[in-house]
Design a protein around this ligand. Structure first.
Ligand code: C2E
Ligand code: MG
Ligand code: MG
Length: 603
């Protein structure tokens, strides 16, 4: 190719072809040298036509350049037109076109390579970008040799331009794959570590620290399980883009895998700056996501570590993130040195829990459920307690999540079902009337293939009537449910069992769940009843929920009733039943009779 690097010399004008002034088509004075295919030597013969046809069939551009100062173009094959959009005439007539078409970033390098070949007669081999007539960027591999005459004197430069754009794009894609997360376009874990280490080592201001924020989406599994992986992927991509958006110059973000992200703020003067970054991230993630007409709301827990050592900071931020999970209203937590024992404590607790299951260290308390119309006890809710040998009674929220994570909830839940049905059957017998028994069920239990069989066994073993058994599911059960869960719920319903949606209003489930799932009872979480006496807005909200439940034909149970005033309000609003310390605490022996109105002395 013409490499009129100086931009001063001009190229002879003429139609592109085999010859150039001084190199006759028939009388090529230069026999083929070490480079085969001396085009000029075969001009104007049948061979020449054959060579031309052959050359024009090659998927590349063949060129011959003079070795004059301007590298005047002698010949360029017509494939230059599909490649770059210039006709051979345009290409040959404009001495500086090649130089102008060179990508600015490559120009000096290419001209130097050509000059080197001219000077040394070494083969030319260089890759660069040309800007086509329509502005496209075309990656080229340019291979050329200096053709010598018999005496070893240089005649011209002969070579070809190969389009390697696709190859380069593939290479770039591979590079992206190796360094970036394909879903979000953020750095991947490996690249992040590398970048991060570099950033930290480059920090010169000794009074400044680097902050690492470790983000883990809360309950993301539910989205995947319920809406499918495509929606899950779209959600992750959206979150990735939002995180990217919150960054300021110099900050970096990565997807570490799954639903985990990280953000690095290379230089902060005080911890409060990291808090501001965390708050921006919380805001960005918590903003509702619109997807195909649905609205999803996500939450995230952020662990923050300040320091200078990448590996240590990653571990610390991870530990802090677990602490943040335990304080979701805040959403973030800083690493505290004692946190590294948290993981160890957790595994000790699982071992204790496993032993507790084997040693039957569990009991059930029974809290009465009151019919607000008849003002009498119609049933009980069985609430699990761990009688810990050293710690005494442990509340379910302190060990059920661990039992769920470790799978121990399966044997434990099976025991709860059998025990509650057994006690229910006893109460039916003693009280001489129907008594309902409510049992809480975890999402993990419902996902177990034997769950329906466990329920059936508990009923059969005790003789407790199926229609008296109420299974309480939380919104998370419904969110996590797939086709199998739906089938299991349908089978339970077919067996005459009643299903209740527990803690309504605290989860992420949309109202559509109430119609999708065969629930009969809606238990309104106590957060909606707690303040109805003092806050009008909360009263309005509760009225809305009650109206909705009634419109859907559900039986409504108000949870957490502690005062006569709350009792009065929920009754008047149209709740059917109620539960709460006002009527009775959870107790090891079910209270048989509702004795007048109690006041919540022990709340
Ligand atoms: P839940 O199903 O919503 O149970 C009601 C919880 O509210 C119980 O807490 C109960 O003691 C408490 N409560 C009842 N009335 C009042 C009141 O008037 N005021 C206040 N402040 N609290 C009241 P508990 O026993 O600590 O149970 C907590 C949760 O643990 C339960 O919430 C349930 O989701 C879960 N749980 C309990 N037993 C089991 C079980 O056997 N299996 C499973 N999977 N979960 C269980
Ligand atoms: Mg419950
Ligand atoms: Mg509840």
């Amino acid at each position: 190719m013409s490499t009129n690097g100086s931009g001063a010399a001009s190229r002879p004008v003429g139609s592109p072809g085999w010859g150039k002034p001084g190199l006759g088509r028939n009388d090529n004075p230069h026999p083929v040298s070490h480079c085969g295919g001396d085009v000029a030597s075969v001009a104007s013969t049948d061979d020449a036509r054959r060579y031309r046809t052959l050359i024009e069939q090659l998927p590349l551009v063949v060129y011959v350049d003079a070795l004059d100062a301007a590298s005047s173009n002698i010949f360029t094959s017509r494939q230059v037109e599909p490649l770059l959009g210039y006709t051979t005439a345009e290409w040959a007539s404009d001495a500086e076109l090649f130089v102008r078409a060179l990508h600015l970033d490559d120009r000096d390098r290419v001209l130097a390579a050509h000059a080197h070949t001219h000077a040394t007669h070494q083969p030319l081999s260089v890759e660069y970008r040309l800007i086509a007539k329509d502005g496209r960027v075309v990656w080229i591999r340019d291979e050329g040799v200096i053709v010598l005459d018999e005496d070893g004197s240089p005649l011209y430069l002969q070579g070809y331009l190969l389009d390697i754009t696709a190859e380069r794009e593939a290479q770039e894609q591979l590079r992206q794959l190796a360094l970036y997360d394909s879903l979000t376009g953020l750095a991947n874990r490996a690249f992040f570590r590398e970048q991060f280490q570099y950033t930290v080592s480059m920090r010169k201001e000794l009074d400044h620290q680097t902050a690492l924020l470790f983000l883990d989406l809360n309950d993301f599994k539910h989205i995947n399980d319920h809406w499918g992986h495509d929606v899950g992927d779209q959600v992750l991509a959206t979150i990735g883009a939002r995180i990217q958006h919150t960054l300021r110059a110099g900050d970096a973000a990565a997807r570490l895998g799954g639903d985990e992200f990280a953000v690095v703020v290379p230089s902060i003067a005080e911890a409060q700056e990291a808090v501001r970054v965390a708050e921006r991230l919380l805001e960005a993630v918590r903003w509702p996501i619109e997807l195909g007409g649905r609205q999803l709301t996500l939450d995230v827990s952020i662990g923050i570590s300040l320091g200078r050592d990448v590996e240590i900071m990653l571990q610390e931020a991870d530990a802090a993130m677990y602490r943040a999970k335990g304080q979701r209203d805040v959403g973030y937590a800083f690493f505290q040195p004692d946190l590294d024992t948290v993981a160890a404590q957790r595994s000790r607790r699982v071992i204790e829990l496993r032993e507790a299951v084997q040693l039957s260290q569990f009991t059930l308390d029974y809290q009465p459920v009151i019919d607000l119309g008849a003002h009498e006890i119609t049933g009980y809710e069985a609430l699990l307690r761990w009688q810990h040998p050293q710690e005494g009674k442990v509340a379910p929220l302190d060990f059920i999540p661990l039992a769920e994570d470790s799978g121990l909830i399966i044997p434990l839940g099976k025991w709860v079902l059998a025990e509650a049905c057994g006690y229910g059957a006893l109460l039916v017998e003693e009280m001489g009337r129907e008594v309902h028994m409510s049992v809480n069920v975890s999402a993990v239990q419902l996902q177990h293939p034997e769950f329906v069989a466990h329920v059936a066994a508990a009923l059969a073993g005790s003789g407790f009537p199926p229609h008296c058994l109420i299974l309480e599911l939380t919104e998370s059960v419904l969110l996590a449910s797939g086709a199998h869960t739906q089938q299991r719920l349908a089978a339970l319903k077919a067996g005459g069992i009643t299903l209740a949606l527990d803690d309504f209003g605290t989860g992420y489930a949309s109202l559509s769940y109430l119609q999708q799932f065969p629930v009969d009872i809606m238990k309104i979480d106590r957060s909606f009843t707690a303040t109805i006496e003092s806050t009008t807005a909360d009263l309005v909200l509760l009225r809305g929920i009650v109206d909705l439940g009634n419109a859907l034909g559900l039986r409504l149970v108000a949870e957490g009733i502690q005062t006569p005033g709350q009792h009065e309000i929920v009754r008047e609003l149209g709740c059917h039943s109620a539960q709460g310390f006002y009527f009775g605490y959870p107790e090891p022996v079910a209270r048989r009779k509702l004795v007048g109105h109690r006041h919540a002395a022990r709340a």
